[in-house]
Design a protein around this ligand. Structure first.
Ligand code: ZN
Length: 428
């Protein structure tokens, strides 16, 4: 049903663009060839003249935003949490689980992992990420810079790119800004991330400065390459986001944001946070950085975080999030609920017949008891991994929907107070 609605919207959108082009042609007296009205010509025209990832702000409540993003494969309403499917699967789940039980409009894949295995050529041959995984909606792919940095031994960064050794077989590889875009062309990502140079915190000022300058140079190389390809009708449906760096330093964040946001990207991410700094430092950095980001493009905070982090950063104007936390913590026995965390191995749940979260409407909470889940966890039964992942992701996606509704109804601050009150935290 969702897919039909989306394809109708997508086709209505192109119809309206076509009409607009015809009117422009009439008004300006310019003659258009029939080929000017093919979808690719219209996309090219729009890419040249507008920002073509369809992005609409539905409501702003203080700084919190409810927006709609339309890509080729889905209509994404924000704020949005994107489940992480690093190797083209959200761990313990498949596309049927996603489509029937969770219904995300966008998930993540990782360029580094998919490039090493199975190789982007395999995915291209199997109908891109959607054809390969059978998840028909949007994919965002990370550039792989972070994984090359964090998973590999002997990483060496030079002005041209990142040299690294595969964590699988030790083979040597070199990622450059254009190479990671070529890989993402083959993957068919709806949103591609550029290669960035990130720094582990804390870091020396000189190292952060070098990271920003290199990230800006690589961003310029990336956008020039991608837009030139689009002029040759390559990757017209693929969008590209830049990644703002700068640690927790205000001057560096401002510089990085201003330099990148002056370029013609489809959206902007804040990277290099949630890497060990205090929560409040992260929130302050986000609040500081968003003021330099355009309002008319999506804002994505990478790799964040806990339910509290999502609420705090939506309040500061972030639209998109991803994090391994709901799935990884599920597997480790930590379940997220409206009243805080549940550590399912605890003895208090031995004969507890209540669901994980009585307020949650996921299939797991509607069917199984805490007692049963505790037993599956302790028995290391693989069924536990699937059930806990379903609940935690459902909770995250549901939290985003509640936030969106609150923004649309201009009561986000009330929602935030209630969110904390249910966790036993009183906000002043
Ligand atoms: Zn549930």
């Amino acid at each position: 049903m969702g897919t039909i609605e989306h394809s109708e919207k997508y086709s209505n959108f192109w119809q309206s663009q076509k009409l607009g082009l015809q009117q422009t042609a009439l008004a300006t007296g310019r003659s258009f060839e029939p080929s000017d009205f093919s979808e690719s010509s219209i996309i090219y025209f729009l890419r040249k003249n507008y920002n073509t990832m369809q992005f609409h702000i539905d409501k702003i409540n203080n700084k919190a935003r409810a927006c709609t993003i339309i890509t080729k494969h889905s209509t994404i309403t924000t704020p949005v949490f994107m489940p992480v499917g690093t190797v083209a699967a959200v761990k313990a789940l498949d596309a049927i689980d996603l489509q029937t039980l969770l219904k995300p409009e966008i998930i993540l894949g990782n360029t580094y992992h998919l490039y090493l295995r199975p190789g982007e050529g395999v995915i291209d041959a199997m109908g891109k990420l959607q054809g390969f995984t059978k998840f028909p909606k949007s994919f965002l792919t990370d550039s792989g810079g972070f994984q090359a940095f964090s998973l590999s031994d002997n990483v060496k960064i030079d002005e041209g790119g990142i040299h690294f050794k595969s964590h699988i077989d030790g083979s040597k590889h070199y990622f450059t800004p254009t190479k990671v875009i070529d890989i993402q062309y083959n993957l068919g990502s709806d949103i591609m991330m550029i290669l960035d140079d990130l720094v582990a915190l804390p870091a020396m000022q000189e190292r952060i400065q070098a990271s920003i300058e290199r990230t800006t140079r690589w961003a310029k190389e990336s956008i020039t390459y991608h837009r030139a390809n689009q002029q040759n009708n390559i990757a017209l449906d693929q969008n590209i986001f830049a990644i703002i760096q700068g640690g927790v330093d205000r001057a560096f964040r401002e510089k990085s944001a201003k330099e990148l946001c002056a370029m013609d990207f489809d959206g902007f991410a804040i990277g290099g946070l949630s890497v060990g700094e205090a929560n409040q430092e992260m929130y302050d950095t986000v609040e500081w950085t968003t003021q330099f980001m355009p309002t008319d493009k999506p804002r994505y905070l990478m790799g964040v975080g806990t339910p509290e982090d999502l609420v705090e950063n939506v309040m500061r104007g972030i639209d998109m999030f991803d994090c391994v936390m709901p799935t990884r913590n599920a597997r480790n026995g930590t379940l997220f609920t409206t009243f805080g965390k549940v550590h399912i191995k605890n003895a208090e749940y031995t004969t507890d017949d209540k669901p994980i979260d009585p307020a949650c409407e996921c299939i797991v909470c509607r069917t199984y008891s805490r007692s049963y889940l505790r037993h599956l966890f302790r028995a290391k039964e693989i069924t536990y991994l699937r059930l806990s992942s379903i609940h935690n992701l459902y909770y995250y996606l549901w939290l985003m929907k509640q936030m969106r509704q609150a923004i649309l109804e201009e009561r986000f601050e009330t929602f935030r107070k209630e969110f904390y009150a249910k966790r036993g935290v009183v906000l002043l």
